[in-house]
Each structure stands twice: as structure tokens, then as C-alpha cells.
Design a protein around this ligand. Structure first.
Ligand code: ISC
Length: 420
């Protein structure tokens, strides 16, 4: 070995990468979550060393530092509990923090118990293996000849019901399958999504076999939609995001957000989400909210209409606002519909797949005195070498089935392009 490669080996062995830690969590079957907040460089990874995860009501005020991931159709849909699986930050690592060398990992917190020490030793063992993770990151789409006809038939049925006045909006989703040929390297895909979508919340969550009675699953996402967040100064934020168009002209040039034109159908679709949020503020008699928008916002290859809402929870003396709004909002009409019970019943009766964590919510809780939960869209579930992408479209009585199909295709492309 030359002097140079000697010193590189020393650097590699003295500091694990996020990939080594992720791989260790996977091999030792400990739940793990890795994320990068919008417009930040810092990547965080936590590992849960405790008991098997179970679904519990989310209470942002009571939880120790960790990461919540909730199903679309959890008890929250009917009981307003915003139930979620909660990964505790027993081991907490940070990479790419401002002012540090790219890729260098700092330890934020370690648990000094036998389990914690066994985990750190396992990380060292993974580091010493030649290739800590599989290098596969290319994939092919698996054709599904019936998918479009099935989706369009469901959209047509929803339109008939909305014209009959049974509900005003519903979000219908579909899946697309990708085959990686072998189990892909999740940290490479995560890094690509971080680089492609600086304004998104990018995350990867590993839930070992047995979580919720399911086989092992990994969820990877780059979502543009904040559900609720409360920062270290007590500033609460949420958004109403809906309406979709490509961020590019047909010749491939990028549109300016100011040049995006929206149809009446899209304006109404987004207004319904705004109305739903304002309805939640009204329910708790909160008048002191600040509203901005709707404005056009770019989300990777797409553009949406977005209104932002904020509340100074200290000024209104409402420290639990994050938890209260999370329970009222989930699932919002950006992923379910309005009125919620009727839209949910239609989704349950007509979608051919189980949404699982798609259209649920996820994000860090009480990390650096802040919590940021996002709507889990633009996501995929990885099981072995197969990925299932999920995408939905908000329908109103003016929806055109073929256009809605094309919209879900564009939404699938967010991850497909970002992972290439
Ligand atoms: C349900 C999804 O997107 C939501 C968020 C923004 C715009 C949407 C729309 O235009 O339909 C959806 O409500 C999804 O990406 O799967």
C-alpha cells in the first residue's frame, strides 16, 4: 500500500459514513430514519434500539427526540389521534453539517448501554467489510398494461359521484413498480434525491420485519408538502398545496413560476385544501394566523399552488398547537378529500392497493427543540429489489380521467428522475 492509500484507509476506518451506519441498522434489524430538511445541507440519521415499534397517538409535546412515521389510514383518520410509529433517537449521527468536511459524520448522541455498545461495535465490523452496501442503483420500470384503464375508470366513477353531490373532492392514487435487479444501496439513492431536490424533505426509513405485522420495508421520499412544524422559537407552520403542472415547457426549458397559468379546476382544488386548514383553525377558535398566497411553488419537475400559514404559538400562548393541528389535519384534503369521511370511504372502496405509509406523515420530532412533519408523498416502498412508487391526483367534478393519469405519471417521475 502507498502512503496515500494508507492514510485514506485510516480516515475510512476512523469515521463511519452514514452508509455504514444505515447498513448496520439494516443488518441488526434496528429501525432507522435518515433525513435532510428543506434548504439545509445537514443529513441526520437516528437508530432506534428499543422494543418493537407499535402505533401510538402522536404527541409532539411529550416525546423524547426521535422520528415519527404514520400510516395514511391509521386510527387517526377516525379518532383524530394522528397515530404513528415512533423511532427514538437512541443513536443520532449528523453528516454534512455546515463548516464540516463533506461526508464527515459527527455523533450527536449515543446510548451507553450494552445494546448501544453492541451497535457501535457492529458499525465497526461493517466498516471493515470491503463493500459496506450493494452498489446497485439502476432500475427498470415494470409494465402494468391495465394500470391506466383501471385508474381512469376509478376517476370516472369519482366524477360521477361528485356530480351527484356525494362529495366535492377526492384524491385517488395508483402505484408503479420498479425493479432494481438486486437490493439497491439506499444511501446512494437518498444522496441523489438530496442533490436533485434541495427544497424537498428527503428521507429514508427502515422498519424491520414485524413492524405492524409487516415484512421488512424501507420507504424513500422527497416530499414538497409540510404538514405541521414548530421551530425552536415556537413558530408553527403548515401549507395548503394542490394543483399540479409540469415545471417545464414541452421543449424542455424551465418555466418561471410567475408564468404558470392555472385552470379554474386547479384553483378550486387548492382552495378546498386552504378552506380545510382554515376550518381547523376555526374549530379551535384560533384567529391569529398569518396567511400568504396562494402562490406558484416549484417542487422538482412539478409546480403546485401553495398557501402558507403561520402562527406565533408563544404570542397566542398555545404551545400544543402543533399536536392539536396535526390531529385535526391528518389526512388533509391534499391526500384524502372533502368531506373527509365520504372521500375516505370512496378511497377504501375503490383503490386496488393498500396505501401503507404513502399519504401518511413523517419527520423529526423534538430534534434541536424543533419538530417538522411532512405529508408522505413522492415516495416509494422498497422490499428487496422491488420498489413500489405511489402517486395520487386530486379530483373534482371537472376532472378529466386521462389528464389525471398523466398527472400521476409526472408525480412518479419526481423520484424516477431524482434517483437516476
Ligand atoms: C397526492 C399527491 O399530491 C398532492 C399534493 C400536491 C398536489 C396534488 C394534486 O395536484 O393533486 C395532490 O393533492 C401525490 O403526489 O401523490
Amino acid at each position: 500500500m502507498t502512503a496515500l492509500s494508507d492514510s485514506l484507509a485510516t480516515v475510512r476506518l476512523s469515521s463511519p459514513s452514514l452508509s455504514h451506519i444505515w447498513q448496520t441498522a439494516y443488518e441488526t434489524a434496528h429501525p432507522a430514519a435518515m433525513w435532510r430538511l428543506p434548504l439545509q445541507t445537514e443529513k441526520q440519521l437516528i437508530v432506534h434500539l428499543g422494543d418493537t415499534l407499535t402505533e401510538q397517538p402522536t404527541d409532539l409535546d411529550e416525546r423524547p427526540p426521535g422520528f415519527a412515521i404514520g400510516l395514511f389510514n391509521s386510527a387517526s383518520a377516525t379518532h383524530n389521534e394522528a397515530s404513528a410509529y415512533y423511532l427514538q433517537a437512541d443513536q443520532h449521527y449528523v453528516a454534512d453539517a455546515p463548516g464540516t468536511a463533506p461526508g464527515s459524520v459527527q455523533t450527536r448522541h449515543l446510548t451507553h448501554t450494552a445494546v448501544g455498545e453492541a451497535f457501535e461495535q457492529a458499525v465497526w465490523r461493517v466498516m471493515q467489510q470491503d463493500s459496506p452496501a450493494s452498489a446497485a442503483t439502476s432500475f427498470a420500470e415494470v409494465p402494468d398494461p391495465e394500470a391506466q384503464a383501471n385508474f381512469e375508470a376509478t376517476v370516472a366513477e369519482a366524477v360521477t359521484e361528485m356530480k351527484a353531490g356525494n362529495f366535492w373532492k377526492v384524491v385517488i392514487s395508483r402505484t408503479k413498480t420498479l425493479d432494481f435487479g438486486q437490493q439497491p444501496d439506499v444511501t446512494v439513492l437518498f444522496d441523489r434525491l438530496c442533490a436533485a431536490y434541495p427544497a424537498a424533505f428527503v428521507s429514508a426509513v427502515f422498519l424491520p420485519e414485524g413492524t405492524g405485522g409487516q415484512p421488512a420495508q424501507i420507504w424513500l421520499s422527497a416530499t414538497p408538502e409540510r404538514l405541521v412544524s414548530v421551530d425552536a422559537n415556537g413558530l408553527f407552520k403548515t401549507v395548503a398545496l394542490a394543483g399540479t403542472q409540469s415545471a417545464y415547457y414541452p421543449d424542455g426549458t424551465l418555466k418561471r413560476t410567475a408564468d404558470a397559468l392555472w385552470s379554474q379546476k386547479e384553483i378550486e382544488e387548492q382552495a378546498l385544501v386552504s378552506r380545510y386548514i382554515i376550518g381547523c383553525f376555526k374549530k379551535i377558535r384560533l384567529r391569529e394566523y398569518h396567511e400568504e398566497g396562494p402562490k406558484t411553488a416549484q417542487a422538482g419537475n412539478l409546480m403546485h399552488l401553495c398557501s402558507q400559514y403561520s402562527v406565533d404559538t408563544r404570542a397566542v400562548n398555545f404551545p400544543q398547537l402543533g399536536t392539536v393541528m396535526l390531529r385535526l389535519l391528518h389526512p388533509t384534503s391534499a391526500v384524502c378529500g372533502m368531506p373527509r369521511p365520504e372521500a375516505l370511504a370512496f378511497i377504501q372502496a375503490h383503490e386496488r392497493h393498500n396505501r401503507g405509509f404513502y399519504a401518511g406523515f413523517l419527520g423529526p420530532v423534538n430534534i434541536d427543540a424543533a419538530s417538522s412533519l411532512f405529508v408522505h408523498i413522492r415516495c416509494l416502498k422498497l422490499a428487496g429489489q422491488t420498489a413500489t412508487l405511489y402517486a395520487g391526483a386530486g379530483l373534482t367534478e371537472d376532472s378529466d380521467p386521462q389528464k389525471e393519469w398523466l398527472e400521476t405519471e409526472m408525480k412518479c417521475q419526481t423520484l424516477v428522475r431524482g434517483m437516476r
